[in-house]
Structure formats: structure tokens, C-alpha cells
Design a protein around this ligand. Structure first.
Ligand SMILES: C[S@@+](CC[C@H](N)C(=O)[O-])C[C@H]1O[C@@H](n2cnc3c(N)ncnc32)[C@H](O)[C@@H]1O
Length: 276
């Protein structure tokens, strides 16, 4: 191991011990890239120098946190996934009296509002309780506000149409100057809060968990932990949706989930498995 790798390893250990944020088992290439960028943009010459300030200055660490995570997202990202949700998942949810949904790693909220639109169009939004979480307080603040750049609107509308949406998209936002603001009626059953998938505990009795484009940054061991967390958080017939490059297959929880629609990375808890 070279000196830079050793210094980064020690820095990640220090961050975990001081702040409880555990980046030690994120895939090494993604974490190296992100911390290298932080170092290049700082006045420090090495991770060891930086570690001193991170350990002694909470506000300095807080200012770096948004750069340690990747929060790229968009509304109706991967329209085929949302099409599959419309066709396969929503009819299952419609059968329930109360629907509990957890968006884990929701970033700035575009994914959550996309799902809220689907639930509303299916006429089941009012019986849904939506919990949307992320490790990063900064993106959560933006998610709560639901204010997005006007310049992204065209893409969001294209995605919405490609996902099978046929309503006037203008029903879902109001616009001013260079921003669009999500309609308040889509927000009323959503609770945004901070939750760390690596260190925090279960959300119980969920009917649907959506965790897309988060696990790609975790190594196998960490993915196993998160799948167990999801299994323990899901109702006995709960549904789990992952990103297009993520899969529960080959994880230690593989036998506890069955494919609902593997091509869209949608899985269901196997009916004969008990919570361990
Ligand atoms: C690439 S974004 C995905 C956003 C959205 N799910 C989507 O697919 O468009 C990944 C998000 O995962 C969050 N994240 C990373 N590590 C996390 C952790 N340990 N616990 C909770 N969220 C985490 C990041 O802060 C970021 O907002």
C-alpha cells in the first residue's frame, strides 16, 4: 500500500471514530476519487494534514460532507423503471389499506416527488406515508424545499412522458424566473429525515423500499449489511427497488428475495422467509 492510500485509510478511520460517518467500506475507487478532489481543492498538501483540521473543526467537516457523497439525481430517472413501477408495483400497493414507502438515499428529492406523482395518478397518494432519507443534510434541505432549476424541466417532462405519464406536467409545479417549485399537495405525506444506511437502524413494516444508485458506491460487505437492513425493515410481502446497476443477487440476502421484475431491479420478499 502506498503512503497516500495509508493516509486516506487513516483519515476514513478518524472520520468514523469522530463523527460516525463510515466511508471505510465504500468502493475504494469512488472514495479515493472524491477525497482526492477534496484534497486538491483544499490548502492542505496531504490527507494527514487535512485529518488534523477534520478532527478538530466540526464545521470544517460539515462543509466537506456534501463533497464526500454523490447526489446526482433527476425526476423520473430511468423512465423504464417508473413504467415498471406503474405497471407492476402500484397495483400491488393499491390493494393495501395503508402504504408505507421508504426512499433510502433520496438525495435532493426528485426521485421522491416522481414516485409521489405516480401514487397520486393512481389515486392512492392519500393512503401513503413516505419516508425519505439521506446521509447528507444539505441535499435533504433542498429535497424538503422541492425547488429545482427550470433548465432541467424539459428533461423531467421527457422522462415523465417516457415513463407513461399522460397528465399535464404543469399540474405538479409552479414556476418563477429560473426555478420550479413542487406542488404542496405532493409534499403533504412525505417526511424527510437524516439516516445513515451504514450505521443507523431499521424503519419498520415498510411496504416498499426504493434505494437506487446508492449501493453501487458500497463494497460487497456493506451491501450485505444494507440488504439485511432492508429485509428487516420490510413487511412480509414488501417490495424493494434498486438502481439499474444494482442487484440483490450474489448478496447474502439473495435467498430472501424473489424477482418481481429483475430487468427493472424490482424484488419482493419471499413469502416463506422470516425476519432474522
Ligand atoms: C447518486 S445519489 C442517488 C439519488 C437517487 N436515489 C437516484 O437514484 O436518483 C446517492 C445518494 O446516496 C446518499 N448516500 C450515500 N451514502 C449514504 C449512506 N451511508 N446513507 C444514506 N444515504 C447515503 C448520498 O448522499 C446521495 O444523495
Amino acid at each position: 500500500m502506498n503512503v497516500i492510500d495509508i493516509e486516506l485509510k487513516l483519515l476514513l478511520e478518524a472520520i468514523y471514530l469522530k463523527y460516525g460517518y463510515d466511508f471505510r467500506k465504500y468502493t475504494s475507487s469512488s472514495i479515493q476519487r472524491r477525497f482526492k478532489r477534496i484534497l486538491d481543492n483544499s490548502d492542505f498538501d496531504s490527507f494527514s494534514e487535512m485529518q488534523h483540521s477534520i478532527l478538530r473543526d466540526d464545521s470544517y467537516f460539515a462543509s466537506l460532507l456534501p463533497e464526500t457523497t454523490i447526489s446526482v439525481t433527476e425526476m423520473f430517472r430511468d423512465p423504464t423503471f417508473y413504467k415498471a413501477v406503474r405497471e407492476a408495483v402500484i397495483p400491488e400497493l393499491a390493494k393495501l389499506e395503508l402504504v408505507k414507502v421508504w426512499h433510502a438515499g433520496c438525495a435532493s428529492g426528485e426521485e421522491v416527488y416522481s414516485m409521489a406523482i405516480l401514487l397520486k395518478e393512481a389515486g392512492i397518494y392519500d393512503k401513503c406515508r413516505i419516508y425519505a432519507t439521506d446521509i447528507d443534510e444539505t441535499v435533504l434541505k433542498q429535497a424538503k424545499e422541492g425547488i429545482y432549476k427550470l433548465e432541467n424541466l424539459r428533461l423531467y417532462i421527457e422522462n415523465y412522458r417516457a415513463s407513461g405519464g399522460i397528465e399535464p406536467f404543469t399540474d405538479y409545479y409552479s414556476s418563477s424566473c429560473d426555478a420550479v417549485k413542487i406542488e404542496e399537495s405532493l409534499k403533504k405525506n412525505i417526511l424527510f429525515s437524516c439516516h445513515n444506511l451504514v450505521t443507523d437502524s431499521v424503519f419498520s413494516e415498510m411496504d416498499l423500499i426504493i434505494c437506487r444508485n446508492v449501493l453501487i458506491y458500497f463494497n460487497r460487505e456493506l451491501q450485505d449489511r444494507v440488504f439485511k437492513l432492508f429485509r428487516d425493515s420490510l413487511h412480509h410481502s414488501g417490495i424493494m427497488c434498486l438502481g439499474s446497476r444494482e442487484s440483490v443477487r450474489f448478496s447474502s440476502s439473495s435467498s430472501e428475495f424473489e424477482d418481481m421484475l429483475e430487468s427493472a431491479r424490482i424484488y419482493k420478499v419471499k413469502s416463506n422467509t422470516l425476519c432474522k
